[in-house]
Write a protein that binds this ligand. Sequence first.
Ligand code: SIN
Ligand code: FE2
Length: 199
Amino acid sequence: LAPGAAMLRGFAREDDAALLQAIETVAAQAPFRHLVTPGGYTMSVGMSNCGKLGWVSDRSGYRYDPLDPLSGQPWPAMPACFADLARRAAAQAGYEGFRPDACLINRYEPGARLSLHQDRDEKDLSAPIVSVSLGLPAVFLFGTDRRSNKPQRYRLAHGDVVVWGGSARLAYHGVAPLADGEHPLLRRRRINLTFRRAG
Ligand code: SIN
Ligand code: FE2
């Protein structure tokens, strides 16, 4: 992808059943919801979180919050299979000792998209981002740290993992509108887990 970034094809495949089970458990406690951006736009991607911190957006801005604003309770704990997968993927990409404290869970339905952005709300930018794709395939846009550089397009399929850190840590990235389809495990959905060291 770029220096500091790696594409690990199929890395999460053999864990898919355990991951999906854990996602259900998290979502039972912290349901997917469509957040509103500071500009007042409702995001097409449904979001939840687990771990010590969760990424949230509302009219006042973006932030990491230890509490789920829907319930006022802490986010569900990060399942062991999540943290373990993220640590192994980071190590495979050259980032030893990654210990995520936040996992954003994104749910895409046909047409949902994520516009080009940087992940820059994390306190410590020395840790990489680990992104796990499940379900329907998506087109991932991955550029440089300048928005004006046209991003490359990559197809992300079930089980693919992308890691970016180092000189790629502030790369602009996004997801093109999800094409409809039918996935054997996730039907008409894509789920993405992004692991961060946020606090
Ligand atoms: C993200 O940038 O938070 C998610 C990327 C993806 O869904 O692949
Ligand atoms: Fe992101």
